[in-house]
Design a protein around this ligand. Structure first.
Ligand code: MG
Length: 281
């Protein structure tokens, strides 16, 4: 069952989303050579406290931190620690969330640490981010969930291939409904699999529907494995990967990107999509 939100509930999710946006801004500044991933977690923890929000990551299934810090070949769910020191040329995906009055926000981005990154890595992050935007632009009345999956996959497949062969669209993880919990129905595949998207697995997108859209793309395989810490997800071939995510609400007047300061207005305008007005003004 999909949880359909009232405009008042979407306004609460917008508040939570803006806390997530603040975590992104603060961690982006702190993700420099010499910082540890634990330092970034501290930064996130402070932002959450300053906003009177709660962490939805800390304690989730026993997760021991407030953000996930996934460096290079780590796809998602990397655990911040004081041994992982960021260095020039690394890429890091930072996934963050927050709760306000029981309503959740969740978003991730990939950052370049220092300089000296191969053009192919810069392109990997761009393709992943833009595929997320293609998915967000497909969040509209009349569409079904599979249209979002199709928009993400077809964007990636339309891009020039990397020299490693082709982009790996990670299959073991995907987007999800979000609202009174961080992870809710439906599961959103980042590629089209008609057999897995039948009936209730392929709901119609209607106003009040909220979705976290989060493609994960590697420069090699789509296959992943989990390390012995039971969290850290890496590509099986060690290829580096990127992860981008935003939480989006569909309203009567279009989509609103809850976890972006401008609600997604500037980027969606480029894609010819009008965003809903910000419920917080
Ligand atoms: Mg998520």
């Amino acid at each position: 069952m999909v949880e359909i939100k009232t405009p008042e509930q979407i306004a609460k999710m917008r508040e939570a989303g803006l806390v997530v946006a603040a975590i992104h801004a603060a961690t982006r500044e702190a993700a420099v050579p010499g910082s540890t991933t634990k330092d970034l977690d501290e930064v996130a923890r402070k932002v959450i406290a300053e906003h009177g929000a709660k962490s939805n990551f800390l304690g989730y299934g026993g997760f021991p931190a407030t953000i996930c810090t996934s460096v290079n070949e780590v796809v998602v769910h990397g655990i911040p620690d004081d041994k992982t020191v960021l260095k020039d040329g690394d890429i890091i995906s930072i996934d963050a969330g927050a709760i306000i009055d029981g309503w959740h926000g969740d978003a991730a981005y990939t950052a370049f640490v220092g300089g000296g990154h191969a053009p192919e890595l810069i392109e990997l992050s761009r393709v992943t981010e833009e595929s997320m935007w293609a998915g967000i632009a497909a969040v509209k009345k009349g569409n079904k969930l599979i249209d979002v999956s199709r928009a993400i996959e077809s964007y990636i497949r339309r891009q020039p291939r990397p020299s490693t062969g082709k982009y790996g669209i990670v299959e073991d993880y995907g987007g999800h409904g979000i609202g009174s919990e961080m992870h809710m129905d439906p599961h959103l595949l980042n590629y089209v699999d008609k057999r897995r998207m039948l009936g209730r697995h392929n709901p119609k997108l209607i106003p009040g529907f909220c979705l976290a859209i989060e493609p994960m793309v590697s420069l090699g395989t789509a296959r992943t494995e989990v390390l012995e810490d039971d969290w850290t997800v890496i590509t099986t071939d060690g290829s580096w990967s990127s992860h981008w995510e935003h939480s989006v609400a569909l309203t009567e007047s279009g989509p609103l990107v809850l976890t972006m300061p401008d609600g997604g207005k500037a980027k969606l305008a480029e894609l010819g999509v009008a965003t809903a007005p910000d419920p917080l003004g």
